[in-house]
Design a protein around this ligand. Sequence first.
Ligand code: ACO
Ligand SMILES: O=CC(=O)O
Ligand code: MG
Length: 367
Amino acid sequence: MRSAKDFFRPLAVGAPDPLREIPARPSRAIHFFDPSNPKMAAKVPDMVGTVDVLLGNLEDAVKAENKDAARDGLVRIAKETDTLGARRGPTQLWTRVNALDSPWGLDDLTTLVTEIGDVLDVIMVPKVEGAEDIHYVDRLLAQLEAKAGLDQPLMVHAILETARGMVNVEEICAASPRMQGISLGPADMAADRRMKTTRVGGGHPGYLVRQDPADGSEESIAAERTTYQQDLWHYTISRMVDACVSNGIYPFYGPFGDIADTVACEDQFRNAYLLGCVGTWSLHPKQIAIANKVFSPSVEDVTHARRVVAAMGDGTGAVMLDGKMEDDASCKQCLVMVQLADQLAAVDPELKKQYDAIEPVSEKAGA
Ligand SMILES: CC(=O)SCCNC(=O)CCNC(=O)[C@H](O)C(C)(C)COP(=O)(O)OP(=O)(O)OC[C@H]1O[C@@H](n2cnc3c(N)ncnc32)[C@H](O)[C@@H]1OP(=O)(O)O
Ligand SMILES: O=CC(=O)O
Ligand SMILES: [Mg+2]
């Protein structure tokens, strides 16, 4: 393991200095597109400014025979769309490269860093199993950055999609100063764990608890009883959030495959938002608005949070507001909301309008 002093030294001569802190950029929707699909590729320039992140996907969902075309397509799109990428416009440019053990992963990294490394913000690495995967990518990126003469380091985002990755999630988050965040990959995770769901993310009606029978009789056991569906992903997302936050990086939900079920999609995204995730993936244009809505605090929440912060003055002590106790801790909860709203308002004019319309807080501690 590197010493604390060495952690922020470049891993190759001529590579840029590693980041000391990961920038908190709004990343509510990471919108996936296949750069080898002409229809999707044609839509990218018009999507800049409408979504926080555009991600050129080279891995799963791109056919093997299209892997080279997808890589070349992403290079072309990045070069031709001169407002794409956080250094050039409002929308970040990410990529998901092929797995490190695949026939394409090395060419993906080599080509993308040397051709468009000055425009790319984050490289998503799938099927990360342990710190060793991040160490490999870390050194290779430093060599490629030096070769390409880049002045800013690329960030790395891991997908949590194997049981081993889950067991090692804390060490993955801590493996490099490049680590920007982690997304849950529920489809690969379910397969690797041998979970018996064939859905791409979301809940399952079979994962439930049932009300007790009225008594022990056969009739009461056979009778209709209330059931409550449980969250299949609660443990996984919660552990991922703790691992990310304790290492100063960002947790994200991943894909929701039932494109038609926009309601359940919104529910899954909201569960992740409430547990601490900062964004999610969007697989189809119609999921972008859902993600933006869910991962932006509501006007009601921002109104309440601003009132609590104002009532709490210097943030210490306890006050009553609308019959509820507020204190230092609940003030911190409200600051999370207020700060996120400010960050998002800076990039989203429509949201800014809504937050600006909130009546200014005049009251101090209420009764
Ligand atoms: C488990 C995982 O790894 S998840 C991550 C990997 N998967 C992905 O990246 C999937 C990305 N999404 C897709 O491939 C597609 O959205 C699909 C296959 C799910 C559905 O595609 P379609 O059947 O074409 O959907 P639909 O007919 O509703 O599309 C409407 C329009 O939106 C376009 N579109 C669909 N998805 C996208 C997208 N992700 N980005 C941009 N445009 C898109 C279509 O090309 C179509 O364009 P047109 O109006 O010019 O014909
Ligand atoms: O890559 C995503 C997944 O769910 O698998
Ligand atoms: Mg996957």
